[in-house]
Design a binder for this molecule. Structure first.
Ligand code: AMP
Length: 218
């Protein structure tokens, strides 16, 4: 039986950090739509350049492009056992597309964990965030500093501030989340798949809670 877990929550809720930790624990691939876009951009592919125009403005990349990219990723053999999805779906159209894609794989979403963090907290989290160039590990200047300044604890690569983590863009991303992604909470509540997790706990506590709720669903 495959296991597909979706993490939703506002930008800065800790989805990326948690998805990495949970994917290691459960030995499932971590699929982050944002990481894939950034990888395409770093490789200077056409798709990466198009996506970048939206990302730098804090807007969503068009559904057509995003859905096709996730479809391709899910078709890889490592997803046969499932995946931890981080950043996709981000609106109901994408959620419908995901349901269809998984149906074609004879599978379905098992659980949607909504990592809840109050809006006031998000700006500080995002503007202080540092991201690793190689694999997208995330740190925070104040709340989760790396052991060695500007170096990733996991792979030693350089840490940088994402362009879209600058304050103006962060505000736009939060607005986009409120308008386009929040409806997913209702969407998945109706499907009886949503579990709310308190994102204000420590990183370790959030991981523990996530592993518990995922385990309970088995
Ligand atoms: P993230 O790394 O999840 O914060 O995503 C960074 C940016 O990539 C977002 O602000 C969007 O511009 C774009 N992006 C990531 N995932 C999606 C998605 N599912 N749909 C549309 N755009 C996305």
């Amino acid at each position: 039986m495959s296991k597909f877990i979706v993490l939703i929550g506002p930008p800065g809720a800790g989805k990326g950090t948690q998805a990495k930790l949970v994917s290691e624990k459960l030995d499932l691939p971590h699929i982050s739509s944002g990481d894939i876009f950034r990888e395409y951009f770093n490789n200077q592919s056409e798709l990466g350049k198009i996506a970048h125009r939206y990302i730098e403005r804090g807007e969503l990349v068009p559904d057509e492009i995003t859905i096709a990219m996730i479809r391709e990723r899910l078709s890889k053999s490592d997803c046969e056992t499932g995946a931890i999805l981080d950043g996709f779906p981000r609106n109901p159209v994408q959620a419908d597309a995901l349901e269809q894609m998984l149906l074609e794989m004879d599978s379905e979403v098992d659980l949607v964990a909504y990592i809840d963090v109050p809006q006031e907290e998000l700006i500080e989290r995002l503007t202080g965030r540092l991201t690793c160039r190689e694999q997208g590990h995330v740190f925070h200047r104040k709340y989760n500093p790396p052991k060695v300044a500007n170096r990733c604890d996991y792979d030693g690569s350089e840490l940088y501030q994402r362009d879209d983590d600058k304050e103006e863009t962060v505000k736009r991303r939060i607005n986009v989340y409120m308008q386009q992604t929040m409806p997913l909470i209702e969407y998945y509540l109706r499907k009886n798949l949503l579990v709310k997790v308190d994102g204000m706990q420590t990183i370790e506590q959030v991981t523990k809670t996530l592993l518990e709720v995922i385990g309970n669903k088995r």
